[in-house]
Design a protein around this ligand. Structure first.
Ligand code: NAD
Length: 520
């Protein structure tokens, strides 16, 4: 196993002040277990102070309008492009990702700034609404969208920037101030960017970070006007329950246990390549990872053999600016324990472990890419999210059985179907998931034009497209009188003459058929 380490030479970014005095937490490089930073922990008082600070500045940010806000985000984009190697180094050190995947986060973010920068006005600009009723034509109808003043973003460790700044971009474009609570496992790359926003870009003081564990996240929930949470469904439930106390709206992007169906009509080579990338990208620590592979009986044996061969070619290790590995370390040590538990359970229940299947040697948190064949729905690896470099292959009789089994899950984030386009698209339409890709995997996340989010236990709310920005604003309907006559026909006094006139007019407009309209 190649484990070329990338050492971080960056000073640890710090927050703007202490939380509970003296309390701190360590950030560890999962590739070699070295401590790379110690950060002060922000307690509830500090969180309240930070939120109050950005809240005070939010009206001026909103008043900048779309163009003015976009100008600042364009500066952020340019800074990220200029510093992409520095950020990738830092991110590799805190996550154990391979270079291609660490660098890929910035590519996504710079594209997203352009996406929302150009479209925010179209998605949430003022709307002129024609009245449906002729009686209401005497009013001008408008809808304006006003931001929730402060959006709190709580993010996980698997994509430290995509799942934090990626949500901050539409929130900021909408006119919100934003405070992010990154995962305590991976706060460094984000901290560096937030420091740059303040000190190098000179951005308005409406974009902040607070650091710490669950208690810091919980303190943030109590202070903000909208919560964007990405993480496990266990924590998502707690966040929603807490937010309910203050009637704070939430958007939850939670776990997945995503199925891929391979029909007998599929292109074998593309399916194998896609399954390999879909299962092992980011060491399988992707909410949308291919975790369950349903393969039709006539092609099952060949598919399993070719998948095993392809997975055998993957190189595991941490590379540098020159790409050289496909699979990195696991980022969160307890996740390896879960992976081991799921693999052991599958073995005990009769599945075949064809590659990997044993924790790698330390230092660091390494688990090799693992293919499990002959899996079934009694196994934890199939029933629950494994969130590691493991894929379970399940034999199915036909497409109907594949759909039934794919939908037999409490999760519903994404699904993938491979086969002749028309047939595969019909199968994809039957999946119970927020998104489905036909003859591709994971790629819907990069199609920021369309909504991405979960059904069932995979979440509430969507990111991307119009949904991804509209959730950060509230509609305010404006009904404007066109003619300022002294009195409207429906005002007081209620007289018999008025009653008759109103009845005649409303019947004329609401009834169907000439006779009835004329009251005959
Ligand atoms: P997690 O739920 O343990 O933690 C997520 C964040 O919540 C962290 O920042 C954590 O400190 C914070 N937190 C913990 N307790 C809290 C509380 N009581 N109140 C407020 N915040 C609290 O998740 P994780 O282990 O960091 O991430 C892995 C999970 O995230 C997986 O289930 C994965 O599928 C999911 N995920 C989902 C998506 C998606 O878009 N649907 C994307 C990536 C990851």
């Amino acid at each position: 196993m190649a484990t070329t380490q990338t050492s971080s030479t960056h000073a640890a970014p710090t927050t703007n002040g202490a939380g509970a005095p003296g309390e701190s937490f360590e950030v560890v490089n999962p590739a070699d277990d070295s401590v790379i930073a110690t950060l002060p922990l922000d307690g509830p008082e500090r969180v309240a102070e930070v939120v109050a600070g950005v809240r005070a500045n939010q009206p001026a940010w909103e008043a900048l309008g779309f163009k003015g806000r976009r100008r600042w985000l364009d500066k952020l984009r340019d800074w990220m492009l200029d510093h992409s190697d520095e950020i990738a180094d830092l991110m590799q050190a805190e996550t154990g990702k391979v270079r291609a995947e660490a660098a890929g986060e910035m590519v996504y973010l710079t594209d997203l700034i352009n996406f929302y920068g150009r479209r925010a006005k179209r998605f949430i600009g003022d709307e002129k609404v024609p009245a449906h009723s002729p009686l209401m034509k005497v009013k001008k109808l408008r809808v304006q969208y006003r931001p929730f003043p402060v959006a709190g973003i709580i993010s996980p460790w698997n994509f430290p920037l995509i799942l934090s700044i990626g949500d901050a971009i539409p929130a900021l474009m909408a006119g919100c101030a934003v405070v992010i609570k990154p995962s305590e496992i991976t706060p460094l790359a984000l901290g560096r960017i937030l420091l740059a926003w303040k000190e190098e870009i000179g951005g308005p003081d409406v974009f902040e970070i607070v650091n710490g564990r669950g208690e810091t996240g919980s303190a943030l929930v109590d202070q903000v006007d909208f919560v964007q949470f990405t993480g496990s469904d266990r924590t998502g439930r707690k966040v929603m329950a807490q937010a309910a106390e203050r009637l704070t709206p939430v958007s939850l992007e939670l776990g997945g246990n995503d199925p891929m169906i391979v029909l007998r009509s599929a292109d074998m080579e593309r399916s194998v390549n896609a399954a390999t990338w879909g299962a092992f990208q980011n060491s399988g620590q992707v909410c949308m990872s291919v975790e369950r592979l349903y393969v039709e009986e006539p092609i099952y044996d060949e598919f399993v053999q070719r998948l095993t061969d392809e997975v055998g070619t993957l190189r595991q290790g941490i590379d540098g600016a020159e790409y050289g590995s496909e699979v990195g370390a696991m980022t969160f040590p307890p996740q390896i324990d879960l992976v081991e538990k799921h693999v052991a359970d599958a073995r005990e229940r009769g599945a075949r472990v064809l590659t990997g299947g044993e924790r790698g040697p330390g230092p660091g948190d390494w688990y090799p890419p693992t293919v499990i064949a002959d899996a079934d729905h009694s196994m934890e690896v199939v029933k629950e999210e494994t969130f590691g470099p493991v894929v379970a292959v399940i034999k199915v009789r036909d497409a109907d059985e594949a759909v039934r089994m794919a939908n037999d899950s409490r999760h519903g984030l994404t699904g993938y179907v491979f086969g002749k386009t028309r047939e595969a698209t019909e199968v994809a339409r039957r999946l119970e998931a927020g998104a489905a890709c036909v003859n591709d995997v994971l790629i819907n996340f990069l199609a920021s034009d369309v909504p991405m989010g979960g059904w069932k236990d995979s979440g509430i709310g969507f990111r991307h497209g119009e949904y991804g920005i509209k959730k950060f604003v509230r509609p305010e309907s404006l009904v404007i009188n066109r003619f300022n006559q002294k009195r409207e026909p429906i005002y007081f006094p209620y007289t018999e003459k008025r009653r008759r006139t109103l009845r005649r007019v409303t019947t004329f407009f609401n009834a169907r058929g000439l006779k009835r309209r004329l009251g005959r």
